[in-house]
Design a protein around this ligand. Structure first.
Ligand code: F6P
Length: 468
């Protein structure tokens, strides 16, 4: 199992808890998101420190987690409004995010964003310096903190530094558009191990290092010699806590909730979409495809309903605000166009849900429509599969997700092909039970084998193998 006896420092933009100091002492509220909650469990085993931005700015600087016998401490970083705007809304979400997902027309290459990003990465480095308690390995997460590995390396030559990039890494001709491409690559090369979800992303990264920095790379071995060190580059497709989702979906309250959802809807076929409201998720294109499906296959009228759950996200960024308006408009048009007194073909839920509620929707659905235009992995696809122990259900999955690389029994689609997606919805609804069962059985095996514990374990073992 995990290298649990060695302390670990995790550094990420978002942390696992919102902690408030009130008259009755500290109160802890878990942050949503599968990954942070799993890393939280890992940290409880390893002990150490987790350094993260405190969005609400209410945490005391350093606290022990959990209350019943702290095994690790949480160090909160507070940012000014301008830092949030430039580092998070700006450089992270209006430069690196769209660039990495191939949305070049949504990139805003502003110098003030870059300056803010550099400042905040330095702030994280300072917090690490202050939190340092004989910890010799650190795991940095995601595109918000690409400069941190080399900032830490400068100070501690022997520190073992792992970095995981959670989104797609773009191909070299796209990455090279970035005005600060060299600084970002040099920042990352402070690491000992750089992880991506897919071998393809690792290849893109190696190619960029060669093209931009003119450093020869070892493609076969997945390594780079830089600054007198060997840096390993490898793929580790992230998984979910399969057992937790499986058990949850099998529990009596979730089964009852799923039964109620179906009973209240009173419909033969339930389609489901679950996404953060983000232009990379292809919600608008999916709605167009569903509209086309309703036009083209009237025999399904009064028999089908699409539940679209959209979790509010990055609501202060312009691109996300306008997307929300466009989605509202499409929902209005489709429901207005096809609804009858007794049938509503589309239900739209713009809100966050607890894990139990999401599991009930997965359980209630006949078909999951997971059709991002580009996605590093997509854990929703894996969660849906984990919840389908008994009633199989079909999975329509975009070929542009990292998940598609391993979930071969899903029905793979090109999300830009509206006509094709409309036909695929019809195909999924008409698929024989036996076929659905066979596909789901294999999908479940894959998701079970490569769960999030496997992911953590493989990454940390590889990190130890680089530096011991
Ligand atoms: O998947 C990439 C990622 O940035 C995660 O790190 C994060 O949890 C998720 O997207 C949601 O984004 P945000 O933290 O900006 O709400």
């Amino acid at each position: 199992m995990m290298d649990v006896n060695r302390w670990l420092t995790v550094i990420s933009n978002r942390g696992p808890y919102q902690i408030k100091e009130g008259s009755e002492g500290l109160s802890y509220e878990k942050n949503g998101g599968g990954l942070v909650s799993v890393l939280d469990e890992i940290m409880r085993q390893t002990g150490g420190t987790w350094i993260a931005w405190d969005e609400k700015g209410q945490s005391p600087e350093l606290v022990g987690i959990p209350q019943d016998g702290p095994r690790y401490s949480l160090r909160a970083i507070t940012l000014t409004e301008q830092e949030v705007n430039h580092y998070y809304h700006g450089f992270s979400n209006r430069v690196l995010w769209p660039l990495s997902h191939y949305f070049l027309d949504r990139c805003h290459f502003r110098t003030e964003y870059w300056d803010g990003y550099k400042r905040v990465n330095e702030k994280f480095a300072k917090a690490f310096r202050e939190a340092y308690e004989d910890q010799d390995r650190v795991w940095i997460h995601d595109f918000h903190l690409t400069l941190l590995p080399s900032l830490l390396r400068k100070e501690r030559a022997n520190l073992s530094i792992g970095f995981f990039w959670h989104i797609p890494f773009p191909a070299s001709p796209v990455f090279r558009i970035l005005p600060w491409r060299e600084e970002i690559l040099r920042g990352l090369l402070g690491s000992d191990l750089i992880g991506f979800h897919l071998p393809l992303h690792a290849e893109h990264f190696l190619q960029c290092v060669e093209d931009v920095l003119k450093i020869p790379v070892d493609r076969e071995g997945g390594s780079i010699q830089y600054d007198g060190r060997i840096i390993k580059v490898n793929a580790f497709p992230v998984g979910i806590d399969f057992r937790k989702w499986d058990a949850l979906a099998y529990s009596a309250p979730v089964r009852e909730k799923a039964r109620q959802i179906r009973e209240e809807m009173g419909i033969k076929h339930v389609l489901l979409g679950v996404d953060r409201l983000d232009y990379t998720k292809g919600i608008l294109e999916r709605l167009l495809a569903y509209e086309r499906f309703l036009e083209k296959y009237p025999e399904f009228h009064r028999q089908v309903c699409l539940i679209q759950i959209a979790v509010p996200s990055r609501t202060r960024v312009d691109e996300y605000r306008s997307l929300r308006r466009e989605i509202d408009e499409a929902i209005g048009r489709i429901t207005g166009r096809f609804s009858t007194r007794k049938w509503i073909p589309l239900r739209y839920l713009y809100q966050s849900f607890a894990m139990e509620d999401v599991a009930s929707y997965y359980l209630a659905a006949d078909v999951a429509l997971i059709t991002p235009l580009r996605d590093g992995m997509n854990l929703v696809a894996k969660e849906y599969v984990a919840c389908k122990r008994e009633a199989p259900g079909s999975l329509i999955l975009s070929e542009f997700t990292g998940a598609a690389a391993t979930l071969a029994e899903a029905i793979l689609v090109n999300p830009y092909n509206v006509e094709g997606l409309a036909d695929t919805i019809c195909l999924a609804l008409s698929m024989p039970e036996e076929e659905k069962r066979r596909r789901m059985k294999n999908l479940r095996e894959r998701v079970r084998e490569r769960d999030v514990y496997w992911w953590c374990d493989s990454f940390l073992k590889d990190l130890s193998s680089v530096r011991g």
